[in-house]
Design a protein around this ligand. Structure first.
Ligand code: SF4
Length: 395
């Protein structure tokens, strides 16, 4: 059985894996005010409808950004860029026919329209979009970026109040092994595989002394099972020989273990030892670039750049929120923008499906009423209506 690729949190195995992060299209510039001819009066596009107080409040940072764009401020026609884009070279015509000025605005791509959906604190699918706002972080100040980034994290915390590591584990040893196994496959497949592994080899000593062929057979469903067998046996031997059979709780020790890089180390530190860590997996890389938190592409630099936007105490939960959103809504190929609850804070709205009904069909796991990835999820997840994943071969 071949393993699916989910860009899980484990380190990449030797083939380097596939990069799923897709660079977000650069935000468009609004046209300078002087280029815009008098336009028809229309309701300002940037304003959120007053009906939803909370949502209107959320739109504030992006409204501020939009306000810096004269064209967007002055004219709804400019905000509705497609019409304005039509006649970039028709200045003369614009002078002669001011009444049709919106068509004569020189190439005036305006901030993208944003659709704001109400926040949800349960597993249910976000409701239909409520209002339209403009988002444009270009020229965003450092302070505005920090505020927007933290607001995204706060709002995602309300969308995924039950967010947790999606690998089943009962102790640090199980977590470090599961994280190594999660490279190039889904957490679900790892969770379906590890019960047999840990039943047969419950301690580092047991796994260190295992027959590799028997371990390979157990790990076959995770893909790259020979390399992974070598890693987990080597890892177990290192734990026995260098750390007395205990998983160390320091980054510098963890990264010395075979198959353990910073990403895996931070998963273990954050979730088994309660030490703050940012997990820069492929979902994290993709989303922070879509949100324009950083332009870095190197995981270590992303970790540093994003870490600087948040208090250290929030790093672990932030990682869960971002990864959960990437797995459920903001997918690599088809982000479900029309069902996304943070559109008003996202400069990449529109990169995916914006039709609410079509977007809803793209949702995954509990957001689609389907089982999650853990066979033994935390109670909070079950309480919120989440379903446990089925064991291997059961579904
Ligand atoms: S789903 Fe769309 S709107 Fe939501 S975060 Fe991703 S790109 Fe932005």
């Amino acid at each position: 059985m071949s393993a699916e690729r989910d860009s899980a949190v484990g380190e990449q195995v030797s083939d380097g894996g596939r990069k799923t992060a897709k660079k977000a299209a650069p935000a468009k510039k609004a046209a300078p005010a002087k280029k815009a001819a008098p336009a028809k009066k229309a309701a300002p596009a940037k304003k959120a409808a007053p009906a939803k107080k909370a949502a209107a409040k959320k739109a504030a940072p992006m409204k501020k950004a939009a306000a810096k764009k004269p064209a967007a401020k002055k004219s709804a026609a400019a905000a509705k860029a497609p019409a304005a884009k039509k006649a970039p070279a028709k200045k003369a015509a614009a002078k002669k026919a001011p009444a049709k000025s919106s068509a004569a605005v020189k190439k005036a791509p305006a901030p993208k329209k944003q659709v704001v959906a109400p926040k949800k604190a349960t597993v249910s699918v976000p409701a239909a979009p409520a209002k339209t706002v403009a988002a444009h972080p270009q020229g965003e100040s450092r302070t505005a970026l920090v505020r927007r980034a933290r607001r995204i994290n706060r709002e995602l915390a309300e969308v995924y109040p039950y967010a947790h590591p999606e690998l089943d584990f009962e102790n640090p040893f199980q977590l470090v092994v599961a994280t190594v196994l999660s490279a190039q496959t889904t957490d679900l497949r790892v969770n379906q595989t590890t019960p047999a592994l840990f039943a047969k080899y419950p301690t580092p000593e047991d796994l260190a002394a295992a027959n590799p062929e028997e371990v390979e057979e157990i790990l076959r469903p995770t893909g790259f099972f020979r390399a992974k067998t070598k890693s987990v046996i080597g890892l177990s031997k290192a734990l026995v020989e260098q750390f007395g059979g205990e998983v160390p709780d320091r980054l510098e020790d963890l990264v010395k273990l075979p198959g353990v890089g910073r990403k895996t180390a931070f998963v273990v530190l954050g979730n088994a030892f309660g030490r703050p860590g940012i997990t820069v997996d492929t979902h994290f890389q993709r989303l922070v670039r879509r949100w324009k938190w950083t332009d870095e592409t190197d995981p270590d630099k992303i970790e540093a750049a994003v870490g600087a936007l948040f208090p250290k105490s929030e790093w672990t939960d932030l990682s869960h929120h971002v990864i959960w959103h990437g797995r459920r809504i903001c997918h690599a190929r088809k982000p479900a923008c029309g069902a996304c609850p943070i559109t008003h804070l996202c400069p990449s709205y529109g990169e995916g499906e914006t039709d609410p009904e079509k977007a809803k069909k793209l949702l995954k796991y509990e957001k689609a009423g389907q089982p999650g990835q853990r066979l033994k999820p935390p109670q909070a997840y079950l309480d919120a209506g989440g379903k446990p994943a089925p064991p291997l071969g059961a579904g």
